[in-house]
Each structure stands twice: as C-alpha cells, then as structure tokens.
Design a binder for this molecule. Structure first.
Ligand SMILES: NC(=O)c1ccc[n+]([C@@H]2O[C@H](COP(=O)([O-])OP(=O)(O)OC[C@H]3O[C@@H](n4cnc5c(N)ncnc54)[C@H](O)[C@@H]3O)[C@@H](O)[C@H]2O)c1
Length: 353
C-alpha cells in the first residue's frame, strides 16, 4: 500500500492534480496495489481556511506519508501579503522542513512535440537528460545576508555532506541511465565551487563505472541550447541549478509538460514545475501532463517501480502521438484542442485496464 498526500493548492493546481489522481487510481486497479490518497490544503487555499499558507497538520501529514503530490500555489489574491506569509515562503518552508535537498528535473523531448521547442527540431530530437539541483543549501540559505544603503551581500557556502549527498544521487541515477555525469560549477572564480569540484571527484572513486566531467556554468548555459543531446545527468548547486533547469526545461516545449521531484533522505515531493496559471484557472484548459509525469517520477524514485514509471511515460507518448493536444501544446493550426479532463481520460485509456 502506498500512502500519498495530495496538496492541490491554488489556480490550476486542483485541476492538474485531479488528472494525476485519476492515473494513480487506474494504476491501482490495473496492478492491484492499494493507494491511499489523503488531501490537505496548502498555499492560498490553506490561507483562506486557516489563516496560514502551511499548517502544522499539512506538514505532519507530509512527514507521515510515502510521497507528496503537489499542484501549484499562489495567485494575485495573495501577492500583496508580507513576504513571510506569501505562497513562495510556504514552498521554501515545506522543502526545508522535509529536508528535500535534491531537485530533479528531467529535460526530455517528445518526438510528437518537436515543433513546440523554440530550438530547431534537429537540435532537440532525442534530448533526454536529468538535472540534479541542490535545493536546501548554497547562496539561497547562506549567512550572512542582508543589505543596507550602501551595499548588499549574500553568502554561498557548501558543507561537505551537502555536496556528497546530492552527488551520490546523481551518480546512482547515471548508473541506471547512460552512465555520464557532468558537474557544473564556477571553479575558475569561486572557492566554494573549487570545494564542490574536489568533493564530487573524491566521491567519484566509489562510482568509477560512471564517467564524470566538469563544466563551467556559463559554458553549460551555452551547451544546453547548442547541443542538448550531449548531456545525461547534470549535478549542480542551488543557484546554478535554478537557472539551468529552467533553460533545460524550456527547450523541450511547454511549461505544461515538465515534471519535477524534490527528494530528501526520508521524504519526497513531486510537482509540475509550472505555477498556478491564474489566467486559465477553473477553465478546464490546463495541461495535466507535467503533473502526471511527476507521478511517473514518484514510481521511479519513491516506490522503486521503474516499470510503472515507464508505463506512465509510454501512455503520455502514445496520447501525444495520437495527435491529442491541450491548448498550450497545439502548435499546428488545425490541431484539435482538448480539455484537461479529456487529456487525462486519453492517458488513462492508454494505460489500459
Ligand atoms: N511551484 C509553484 O507552486 C509555483 C511555481 C511558479 C509560480 N507559482 C505562482 O503561480 C502564479 C502564476 O505564476 P506565473 O504566471 O509566473 O507562472 P505559471 O507557470 O503559473 O504560468 C505561466 C504561463 O504558462 C501557462 N501555463 C502554466 N502551466 C500550464 C499548464 N499546465 N497548462 C497550460 N498552460 C500552463 C500559464 O497559463 C501562463 O500563461 C504566481 O502566483 C506564482 O507565484 C507557483
């Protein structure tokens, strides 16, 4: 039995999470395992009910389950709140509280969606890599930080254990993929990057079967758009990963296609990378694929059932190959546009009974 906490959140969050739940229910029927889904409020939805974006009850539930499925949070209604009450602060808090130190973002180009990329089809065809971004350390959390009238300052700091644990995950993932890790840093300028590089190379001795190379972050930004096929697994720090994973994501097409996993030693949270899309919320227009693909990552990384992850990915691929498109990925004039629920139903159908 798998116990999943679902936190749909705001805007299109509930619509896309409903799609993911339908997929989970179908898989449970098909394979005969039990899935217990417990829903909890988060973000604006929680603020309206309880006066806070993240309640202790939601946090406790996330600590007790096998995996968390998150939709999206935020929207215009809560933008004017003070920073510490904003949805973004609740997102940072949940990641920190659950010690989700690794953010995984696949950049996979579907053949059926080659036209959706901003790059030429020949450049992106066959792209399939995975970015491991360190999520709870580095410059976003380092002390001292602050600003006064004459200067502003932040501190980029990494402890050995922080580098080791994310590099270990990246090496392990590479073993199950094409066996190639590229560690991205700025070791020509930053001492913290020299340290990062040393620690990654020391750990590499345990993973001699995996190929390791280093790349400076500025070159990496170029290489991802020049020749994305050269990458298999990327491992990098919080700040560099924040930027590179967005570049990597966008070359594959729409925001509505991109899943993510945030993993710690004890807990894991799966969510699409997009936000709550207030412009289309409540209209049954959102693309549920990013959230459904996040469920595939859940089966791979939390439940250690890679075959079921592949089943979900194949159902998504077959649905796209059949020509079905939500509005965000309907790139050709004349593509019939379907709704969130129709896309969900098509993927569930392709999963089979
Ligand atoms: N992790 C999160 O929960 C998260 C992440 C980013 C933004 N946000 C919040 O979401 C709100 C809106 O932010 P934004 O507009 O910058 O980003 P967004 O990702 O919500 O939307 C950007 C654009 O992409 C479209 N889009 C996004 N997801 C889509 C989907 N599944 N299907 C079809 N189209 C989709 C939207 O309609 C919009 O035009 C803000 O309040 C922001 O703070 C939350």
């Amino acid at each position: 039995m798998y116990k999943i906490v679902s936190i749909p959140g705001d805007g299109i969050g509930p619509e896309v999470v409903a799609g993911a739940v339908a997929v989970l229910e179908q898989l449970s029927k098909k394979h005969g395992f039990e899935i217990l889904i417990e829903e909890h409020p988060f973000g604006g939805a929680s603020y309206e009910l309880h006066g806070e974006m993240l309640t202790q009850a939601t946090l406790d539930a996330c600590r007790k389950c096998d995996a968390v499925l998150l939709g999206a949070v935020g929207g215009p209604k809560w933008e004017s709140l003070p920073h510490e009450h904003k949805p973004e602060a609740a997102l940072l808090k949940i990641r920190k509280e659950l010690e989700l130190f690794a953010n995984l973002r696949p950049a996979k180009v579907y053949d059926a969606l080659l036209d959706a990329s901003s790059l030429k089809a020949d450049v992106v065809r066959g792209t399939d890599f995975l970015v491991f971004r360190e999520l709870t350390g580095g410059i976003y959390f380092g002390q001292p930080r602050g600003f006064d009238e004459s200067r502003g300052w932040n501190t980029m700091v990494y402890e050995r254990y922080e580098v080791e644990r994310i590099a270990r995950l990246a090496f392990e993932a590479a073993r199950k993929r094409k066996g190639k890790v590229i560690s991205i840093d700025k070791a020509n300028v930053l001492e913290v990057s020299q340290f990062w590089r040393n620690v990654v190379h020391e750990l590499h001795k345990e993973f001699a079967d995996v190929e390791l190379s280093d790349m400076y972050v500025d070159n990496a930004a170029m290489q991802i758009v020049r020749n994305p096929k050269q990458f298999d697994v990327i491992v990098t720090s919080n700040l560099f990963g924040d930027i590179l994973s967005d570049i990597a994501g966008m070359i594959t097409g729409s925001l509505g296609m991109l899943p993510s996993a945030s993993i710690g030693t004890k807990h894991a949270l799966y969510e699409p990378i997009h936000g709550s899309a207030p412009d289309i919320a409540g209209q049954n227009k959102a693309n549920p694929i990013a959230t459904i693909a996040s469920v595939a990552m859940m089966f791979e990384h939390s439940f250690n059932l890679p075959d079921i992850a592949r089943e979900i990915e194949q159902a998504i691929e077959a649905t796209l190959a059949s020509g079905l498109r939500t509005a965000d990925i309907a790139t050709n004039a004349g593509d019939p546009v379907i709704s969130t629920t129709e896309m969900t139903e098509a993927i569930v159908r392709h999963l089979g009974a």
